[in-house]
Design a protein. Structure first.
Length: 113
């Protein structure tokens, strides 16, 4: 079974991931959403940042500070009103892509670990 963390990484295989998508994967539970993001940042499988005309710009913050920033901003918002680009964008690292591919492979084989 693929957990929230892995589902978010899988989303990151195709494109940058919005906090809206993370909250959706966490079944609209902000604590689960932040926990998945914190794990991804600590594991260096994703980076948090913003998107501008040049593309993805990673925040120059340590993982826990980036997760705390996301948590603080998420706590001030109605999660049902989140829009793509609100709070943060997430980008897979090469390690994140590897884990996402492994999770997809496990799912296709019907195995759990």
């Amino acid at each position: 079974m693929i957990d929230i963390y892995e589902r978010v990484l899988i989303r990151g295989l195709d494109d940058w991931v919005t906090m809206t998508e993370v909250v959706f994967e966490a079944t609209f539970d902000p604590q689960l959403a932040v926990a998945a993001v914190r794990r991804a940042l600590r594991d260096a499988t994703m980076q948090a940042g913003d998107v501008d005309r040049e593309g993805f710009v990673a925040w120059p913050l340590p993982p826990d500070e980036a997760a705390d920033r996301i948590s603080a901003e998420l706590s001030t918002m109605d999660i049902n009103d989140l829009n793509p680009g609100d709070i943060a964008w997430l980008r897979n690292t090469p390690a994140g892509n590897q884990l996402a591919e492994a999770a997809l492979s496990r799912e296709e084989r019907g195995t759990t670990a």
